[in-house]
Write a protein that binds this ligand. Sequence first.
Ligand code: ITT
Length: 180
Amino acid sequence: MQVLFATSNKHKVLEANVVGKRFGVEFKQLKMSYPEVRDNSVSKVALEGVKYVYSKVRKPVVVEDSGLFVKALNNFPGSFSRYVFDSIGIQGILDLMYARKNRQAYFLSTIAFHDGKVLKAFEGRVDGLISRKPSGSSGFGFDPIFIPKGSKKTFAEDAVFKSKVSHRVKSVEMFCKWFK
Ligand code: ITT
């Protein structure tokens, strides 16, 4: 079974397909950007996004909105993670976290599906800590500074662990179970 995945980010599709394979679901990248509503809920951004994309392609499609939520920064950058990554980047987050003892953070991923009739969203979360310095080179975005619960390595140092526990693995798993 195939489903379109509208995103500019090939890493998202690669990670989704690792999970999809187990369920016989293949995500096909549709390189299309869509206007992201300004809202601090990733679910809201994903749901509005998939409605827009569906209105353009008229085929069953998913979009994903995700973000990093840092406790000591009142959940910043959250749904604005892409903008923050592109502007102040990893070092910017580490600078904001300088001398902060509470390093807790989590990633959220919402997969939203629409086929013109059904509109559904699936949310996954992974908890962890912000590291003191960047480490590792796999993955994308904030992977080099996120140490998931149950590990001592960042996502960027341990892609295998990421492929078992990530926010995206969870949201995609929920989607695949439902989609089948
Ligand atoms: P599309 O909107 O085109 O799908 P994007 O990369 O802009 O691609 P988002 O708007 O959902 O995606 O932004 C999510 C940002 O959050 C992303 O750019 C990363 O900086 C960060 N992020 C999300 N998931 C991540 C992950 O698994 N590892 C590291 N950073 C992640």
